[in-house]
Design a protein around this ligand. Structure first.
Ligand SMILES: Nc1ncnc2c1ncn2[C@@H]1O[C@H](COP(=O)(O)OP(=O)(O)OP(=O)(O)O)[C@@H](O)[C@H]1O
Length: 477
């Protein structure tokens, strides 16, 4: 495996997980890893302030949510169909409609699935996992790996909800979540790679019946030194004929090699670079005089606007702590979340936000990917995302960050702050990379600026991407 690239603070947060798992006490009875030569949480969320006209979008052939088939036609069993009714999913999105037949076909074939943020990739792989497990066998059969505790927890909730009418047993596998001295007999295990690897090595998780392994945010995991290595080690410890699923909104060229190695001969559902952005997310920017003015502008934004829920992304943990401290001192009710928080503390912060008890969340890249809170209508890039050098723009993270709004056809806006030569260059590069244009919000006239943002957030229908289409469906394309 080639040297993975170094990433931003997101990497710090997830690598902590890896380190924590490694440091868990190892009883003598551990499983030897093959060498390289061997080949309920019941989360629900509030949806206030969100308008969506799904029927129109699902009938529009150019929309990522478009579908021509029903879930029944996709051959899902009755219990799963009941689960979908419970979750109020009436029609599959394009990625669900395309991926499910490929995933459920026999003999099982690997799949690399790409689709824009918020278009329902989770349901696609969760339905596949739930369809493949044999409930009469009380042993782990499907593993789902995600890069953060929050995302693993969210996926687990989807498995539990969708599987409500099945006698499915699930297990959360993140640091300290697996009870000491117990062997995992759950059918589906969802966790972070370090903990899952540790469970297998300690024989807490017996991997011989694993038939499916799914990586969510696969590009991010395979691209990172610690996580990528752990994912490959987990895969080396499950049966060789396992069906591998890789899902993400982004698969940058530098990761394609790892993806092909991890999921050989896969069917591929991919997007072109210019199809990656969701048009329902209006991308804006604000021109700030300097670092201090960024703060004055964020205050103004929250004073003048009534925003459903919003996420403010900053570069590092200390920036999150500082910004939160200042905003709280200035009378704003904001919370913050980053990798230095303890597990249960992290759960509380994210749950408070998910249930609408808090409205503004300041965070690092730790929740840039996958987190699904429907009523987030604004994402602020207080600091634009960069690679570890602090200068090169991190295109994928930008896309995932803004994708925390505009979920499944909803309308949302992102505002990026630019304040110096570097941030201007980064913004330019992002626009060129995605062939998109960010609109300027004039902060010298706040009445106008507030009107402009309000108009965007109030529009009741997104113009979801018109150029979206899947390419290269077929083995090994
Ligand atoms: N067929 C459907 N009908 C209605 N809602 C759906 C359907 N499929 C998914 N959703 C909802 O759409 C939202 C986004 O789905 P999901 O989180 O799976 O997106 P994603 O593609 O994985 O996004 P990301 O790239 O950000 O991880 C969720 O709230 C989910 O419940």
């Amino acid at each position: 495996m080639a040297e993975p690239s170094s990433k931003t603070s997101w990497a710090d947060d997830v690598e902590e997980e890896a380190a924590a798992a490694e440091s868990m006490a190892k009883p003598a009875d551990t499983v030897e890893e093959p060498t390289a030569d061997d080949d309920a949480t019941g989360l629900v969320q509030n949806e206030h302030d969100v308008n969506v006209t799904l029927a129109d979008m699902q009938g529009d052939a150019d929309n990522p949510l478009y579908s021509i088939k029903s879930f029944q036609e996709l051959g899902l069993n009755e219990d799963l169909q009941k689960g979908l009714i419970l979750m109020r999913y009436s029609r599959p999105s394009k990625i669900q409609e395309r991926a499910l037949p490929l995933l459920l076909n026999d003999p099982p074939t690997n799949l690399i699935g790409q689709s824009q943020s918020g278009t329902g990739k989770t349901a696609a792989f969760v339905l596949a996992m739930l369809s493949r497990v044999d409930l009469s066998l009380n042993a782990p059969q499907a593993l789902c790996l995600a890069p953060s505790r929050e995302l693993a927890r969210q996926i687990l909730a989807v498995v539990d909800n969708m599987g409500s009418f099945m006698k499915i047993k699930t297990q959360f596998a993140v640091p300290l979540a697996v009870e000491r001295g117990k062997t995992i007999d759950a059918h589906i295990v969802v966790g972070t790679p370090g903990t899952v690897l540790d469970c297998i090595k300690r024989r807490v998780l017996v991997a011989k019946d694993i038939r499916m392994i799914c990586l969510d945010e696969a590009d991010n995991m395979l691209d990172q030194q610690g996580l990528g290595d752990q994912c490959f080690r987990v895969k080396a410890m499950v049966p060789k004929n396992v069906q591998v699923l890789l899902f993400s909104a982004t698969f940058p060229p530098k990761v394609v090699e790892y993806a092909d190695k991890f999921a050989p001969n896969a069917n591929k559902l991919t997007l072109k670079q210019e199809e990656l952005t969701v048009d329902g997310i209006k991308q804006l920017y604000m021109d700030c005089e300097g670092e201090e003015e960024k703060y004055q502008i964020i205050l103004k934004l929250y004073e003048l606007m009534v925003i459903g829920q919003s996420i403010i992304f900053v570069r590092q943990r200390r920036n999150a702590d500082e910004l939160r401290g200042r905003m709280v001192a200035d009378g704003h009710a904001v919370s913050s979340l980053h990798g230095a928080f303890e597990g249960t503390e992290r759960d509380k912060v994210i749950d408070d936000f998910r249930f609408g008890r808090t409205k503004v969340l300041i965070t690092t890249n730790v929740i840039a990917r996958g987190i699904d809170v429907a009523s987030v209508s604004l994402v602020v890039n207080y600091d634009l995302p960069t690679l570890a050098d602090g200068y090169t723009p991190d295109f994928e993270t930008y896309l995932h960050r803004i994708g925390r709004t505009g979920r499944f056809g909803r309308v949302g806006a992102s505002v990026s702050f630019v304040h110096d030569k570097n941030s201007w260059e980064q913004m330019d590069a992002i626009q060129r990379h995605f062939n998109c244009r960010m609109s300027r919000i004039d902060t010298s006239d706040w009445i106008q600026a507030a009107k402009q943002i309000r108009k965007i957030l109030k529009s009741d229908k997104s113009a979801a991407s018109s150029s979206e289409q899947f390419m290269g469906v077929g083995s090994g394309n």
